[in-house]
Design a protein around this ligand. Structure first.
Ligand SMILES: Cc1cc2nc3c(=O)[nH]c(=O)nc-3n(C[C@H](O)[C@H](O)[C@H](O)COP(=O)(O)OP(=O)(O)OC[C@H]3O[C@@H](n4cnc5c(N)ncnc54)[C@H](O)[C@@H]3O)c2cc1C
Length: 489
């Protein structure tokens, strides 16, 4: 790198991955010591995080929360001064429902990643037949699968241990539902490594889940599995944008190419092209666009591009309905419901946003969200707003006996937005890193490198910023994300 000029860093993509990288990098380096630009192809930062606030309602079109057990996103919020805006799910409504033969049934208590820990609750639930329940019990005696065996699908793992019926009735909607994916296609090791580890460690999934339950502190109300923010997940994006110097994030700049320059080039190692023209030069490029988009922009790196392009992504749409509470006879005493594919509906799931979170709707009103699309149904997202609203409305109105017209509807689309890690995904990610090994100064990050949820992408972004800061010719101490709010810039 040219020793005289300020080091240049370009981040591609202003979703959470790109914004967190930019924020953490500026935490690590002295003010003004790095020339940093974040290029965002669309007209707004945030990527999948799309929060709208209208008429007292908070609509989280994409993610509405993250898994509480993974600390990275929560710690980041605290570091950004959002500690007092973190929210838990409403204590009275910490259960979910499942559609079974056209009827909403509560999920049995004590499920841990779809694995039962309460024999009484399991005996009572109509979600699995008696032969299905007896087959689940076989898990207690079945031998362990040898850990050296190749990765298998999530459905295959659960069916092998708990039986096909349990896999279809519980694992598919509860586990694969997180990915809006197909349980029989998704990799068990990449999506729920905890389940694989449970079998490796304890042989039986049920015994392993029971051991974990016994170790967990006893509480009167179940803990909040998810954490969110007042004002929705968009509050996090807004805080990150506030903490970055004005002009750092540039929207409407879709990167068309990233090309490597010669090591002697005084402008930097990388040229970042917009509309085919070299627009930025950089010593470090953090490519925080989804893998399939990253694959398209990398020039002259065909092995890397090909490896990135192999990870499939799915599309989904969410549809919101705001209603008066009196229009919905159902008690809405839960976070929402899941729909197994075998029920044959277009809707995948529904979140009862105003029952799940405080402050998502004005008093006396309810806010409901329907999920459509998912793996193998990409075409659904291309339907008109009217068609999507009609499809979601038809099923929600019938299942919750809703009466009358909604006071507000809103549709969000997520094209090729949810990674679908297939068996062998970890090897695929290794192939990506191997292909990028000699691309000095190029950093790949985002969903599916090491988990697809918000805490996973935050963790990788923080690590990426550290790696860049460590490689810059600057000598400064590391600042951890939990060490207090950022210094005003
Ligand atoms: C419908 C939905 C619901 C979800 N729910 C949850 C949830 O409840 N909890 C949870 O933990 N996770 C959830 N997720 C996953 C979560 O949204 C992602 O982990 C996270 O948002 C990924 O952030 P990212 O920055 O890596 O990618 P993205 O959010 O995809 O951001 C990438 C950005 O790069 C930009 N970009 C792409 N190509 C270019 C280019 N060539 N030039 C410039 N910019 C470009 C895009 O416009 C985008 O802004 C959900 C995802 C979806 C789609």
């Amino acid at each position: 790198m040219n020793a005289k000029r300020t080091p240049r860093v370009v981040v591609i993509g202003a979703g959470l991955s790109g914004l967190v990288t930019a924020w953490k990098l500026l935490q690590r380096v002295p003010r003004g010591s790095v020339d940093l630009t974040v290029c965002e192809g669309s007209s707004r930062p945030g990527g999948n995080v799309s929060t709208e606030r209208v008429g007292g309602y908070v609509l989280d079109g994409g993610p509405d929360s993250w898994v509480s057990a993974k600390p990275d996103a929560t710690e980041l919020c605290r570091a950004l001064g959002l500690g007092d805006r973190l929210v838990e799910t409403l204590p009275g409504n910490r259960r979910a429902f499942l559609l079974h033969r056209g009827k909403l049934e509560p999920l049995p208590e004590g499920l841990l990643m779809g694995v039962p820990t309460s024999p009484v609750a399991m005996a009572r639930t109509p979600l699995v037949s008696w032969p299905g329940k007896l087959r689940m019990g076989l898990d207690l005696v079945l031998p362990r699968r040898h850990p050296s065996k190749p990765d298998e699908s999530l459905g295959a793992l659960v069916a092998r241990r708990l039986g096909r019926e349990a896999a279809e009735a519980l694992a598919e909607p509860i586990l694969a539902g997180v990915y809006a994916g197909d349980a029989w296609a998704l990799s068990s090791r990449a999506t729920f490594p905890q389940l694989v580890a449970m079998e490796d460690a304890d042989r039986s999934l049920i015994l392993s889940a029971l051991r974990q339950r016994r170790r967990a502190p006893k509480r009167a109300t179940p803990p909040s599995i998810f954490t969110s923010l007042e004002g929705g997940v968009g509050t996090l994006v807004e805080a990150l944008l506030r903490a970055l110097p004005e002009g750092t994030v540039r929207t409407g700049l879709r990167v068309s190419g990233v090309a490597r320059l010669s090591d002697e080039d005084p402008r930097g190692r990388w040229a970042v092209e917009v509309d085919g023209n070299p627009t930025f030069f950089a010593d470090h490029v953090a490519l925080a666009a989804p893998m399939h988009r990253a694959a398209r922009v990398l020039k002259g790196m065909s092995a890397l591009s090909e490896a990135l392009g192999k990870v499939p992504f799915g599309s989904a749409a969410t549809v919101f309905f705001a209603l008066d509470r009196r229009q919905v006879p159902h008690p809405l005493d839960g976070t929402g419901f899941l729909i197994p594919r075998r029920e044959g509906l277009g809707l995948l799931a529904s979140t009862w946003a105003s029952s799940k979170w405080p402050g998502r709707a004005p008093p006396g009103k309810v806010l409901l969200r329907g999920f459509l699309g998912g793996a193998g149904r990409a075409e659904v997202v291309e339907q008109s707003d009217e068609a999507l609203t009609t499809a979601a409305r038809r099923e929600l109105w019938r299942l919750l006996q809703i009466r009358g017209e909604p006071e507000l509807t809103r549709v969000f689309r997520f094209r090729q937005a949810t990674a679908q890690p297939l068996p062998g995904h970890r090897e695929q990610v290794k192939a990506i890193h191997d292909a990028a090994a000699d691309a000095e100064g190029l950093h790949l990050l985002g969903a599916a490198y090491d988990g697809v949820g918000i805490p996973d992408v935050v963790r990788l972004a923080l690590k990426t910023a550290d790696r860049i800061a460590d490689a810059l010719p600057l000598k400064v101490p590391s600042v951890s994300p939990s060490s207090g709010p950022p210094a005003p810039r």
